[in-house]
Ligand binder design. Sequence first.
Ligand code: NAD
Length: 302
Amino acid sequence: MQDVKGKVAFITGGANGIGFGMAQAFTAAGMKVVIADIRRDHLDRALEQLRKEGRTVHGIQLDVTDRKAMAAAADECERVFGKVHVVCNNAGINWFGPMEEATYEDWDWIMGVNLNGVINGLVTFIPRLKAHGEGGHIVNTASMASFVSGPGAGIYTGAKFAVRGISECLWYHLAPQGIGVSILCPGLVKSYIYQSEQIRPAQFAHTGQAPSEEFTRRLEEVHQVGMEPLEVGEKVLRGIRRADMYILSHPDHKEEVRQVFAEIMTAFPDETPEPRRMAFEDFRRQQKAEARNKGDAALGRA
Ligand SMILES: NC(=O)c1ccc[n+]([C@@H]2O[C@H](COP(=O)([O-])OP(=O)(O)OC[C@H]3O[C@@H](n4cnc5c(N)ncnc54)[C@H](O)[C@@H]3O)[C@@H](O)[C@H]2O)c1
């Protein structure tokens, strides 16, 4: 989507961090932006800053796990600014701990926001993007944790792998219709995500392993050296303009990702594939290539 001026973007988790960086970058390019966030105080602070800079913004307090509220937010966007062209499903929380000790509450909270929040954004907005027929773009915020794993953030990683898989498949459905889909996979960003426990809802409070103050302080320090959110936001805008499927903001994980794929490649058995199975796989691959070609053409990708 080359021409973004005057277009409307909806960004979840837009009051802070990466979402706020996107709001800054998009409005600087002349877009009208709706930021939606669960934190009213942070939303007000973000709106004040953006308005001071003369940006065209509107704020909606929203919990992305609430489907009715998501639909109401979409109606509000259209009422305030008109048709929505760019949807950024970005709201997220983090959680660290030994996943084998996680409670249902831990799973439901993290999956609820980081995965279901994205799904709710998709189910709500895709019909609206298709209905106006002017094309558009969806950015789903995953993470480098959608490629690399390790001990410590298992549930988060599971949600992010899922966001990546969903988004890749969605590209093949939507790109041929002129709607791009990008998977944003940042590394460390200077954000408030270390404060996630502060917004854990009461019904998900039952956990044997709330982070210690010391751990949260360490996490805060770590995030101070993260990439500036505005830089990420500018890279997202470039990705939307170029219709990139992947937006990788950080160079930090290149070697690690190479190792992940190298390990997967070495796991393939050194055997001759069964021809009838291969005929099916070739058929499937051909369908994918056709969707890819149509998508590339519709999005103006080389
Ligand atoms: N900061 C990083 O290092 C990093 C790295 C990779 C990926 N990410 C991802 O980037 C996204 C944005 O995170 P961030 O780092 O900017 O964090 P952040 O905490 O600064 O911003 C996230 C925003 O989402 C909001 N939010 C949380 N739960 C919500 C809910 N249920 N409904 C609506 N809003 C909600 C928070 O209030 C906050 O304003 C997340 O999906 C996160 O997983 C962050």
